[in-house]
Design a protein around this ligand. Structure first.
Ligand SMILES: [Fe+2]
Ligand SMILES: [Fe+2]
Length: 274
């Protein structure tokens, strides 16, 4: 647990934000606020971008022509989400064009049966689930079912963000994520009806479950409370994770799937920051 203590100035800022202070442009951002806002935006931008690239091969590999159209639509959605978030970053003086050109955002791990826990693999900012490769159509469906749903829950918090340009951008993104997760729900039902496919779905669910749970990060860290204090999130990671898990539990029950046990403390840890 972090023992960081905040300065009087930071505490004053928390209080003002709690009382409704918002920010509309780059110039008015306190240094401390700006740093954490940038963190979150880079994380979202790179995740959307590498997410789009991860979905892309499935335009060709999806099982039917109609499904190829749907996947192509999702690739377009994710790439648009990335462009919207990168534009916000550019407005904050960041150079996203250079970053995108010089990073390997299309990189995916080769290993299939692997759990990297909270570790990062490359010097980009993506949420680390985007390092895993989507190997099967069942994985694609689980990505919609689990990850787009988790993203949706996280985006909901941004609806009330203290940074207004981000708040404005999020509504369209959220609507599209809801379509992606609905696609996952539809296919989880389809796959669960057929015993062989259901068995494989369960196997892949066991593999992807800790990966998706890890995206909520450590639920005991102090960073979460900090984002809440800055009005950049409304709920801590632990709270969002709780809502997400409850929803997945119900859907698994409906489809006769078993949700594996997740133990946060057993996940491979990220190296301590220097
Ligand atoms: Fe997205
Ligand atoms: Fe999505």
């Amino acid at each position: 647990m972090s023992t960081h203590t905040y300065s009087a100035e930071e505490l004053k800022l928390f209080k003002e934000i709690k009382e409704g202070r918002t920010f509309d442009s780059s110039e008015e951002l306190p240094t401390f606020y700006r740093k954490h806002l940038l963190n979150l935006l880079w994380m979202q931008g790179d995740s959307e971008y590498s997410g789009a690239l991860g979905y892309m091969p499935w335009i060709a590999k999806a099982p039917t022509l109609q499904e190829k159209v749907l996947v192509a639509q999702m690739v377009k959605d994710e790439m648009r989400h990335a462009s919207v978030i990168y534009r916000l970053l550019d407005e904050l003086g960041q150079n996203t064009a250079d970053h995108v050109n010089n990073s390997d955002l299309g990189f995916k791990l080769d290993e299939d049966q692997i759990n990297i826990g909270f570790k990062r693999i490359k010097p980009d900012y993506r949420v680390n689930i985007f390092y895993y490769d989507i190997k099967h159509w069942t994985d694609y469906i689980l990505f919609n079912f689990l990850m787009d749903r988790a993203a949706g829950h996280q985006l909901l918090d941004t609806f009330n963000s203290s940074y207004l340009p981000w708040k404005k951008a999020i509504e369209g993104i959220y609507k599209e994520e809801v379509m992606h997760l609905a696609h996952g729900d539809k296919w989880v039902k389809i796959l669960s009806r057929e015993p062989e496919q259901k068995k494989f779905l369960q196997e892949r669910l066991n593999l992807w479950w800790p990966r998706v749970m890890n995206i909520f990060g450590s639920t005991v860290g102090a960073t979460n409370d900090l984002y809440v204090n800055l009005g950049l999130k409304q709920r801590t990671n632990g709270e969002i994770r709780g809502v997400f898990v409850k929803e997945i539990e119900e859907m698994c029950k409906e489809n006769g799937l078993t949700l594996p046990v997740y133990k946060e403390e057993e996940q491979p840890q990220r190296e301590a920051k220097a």
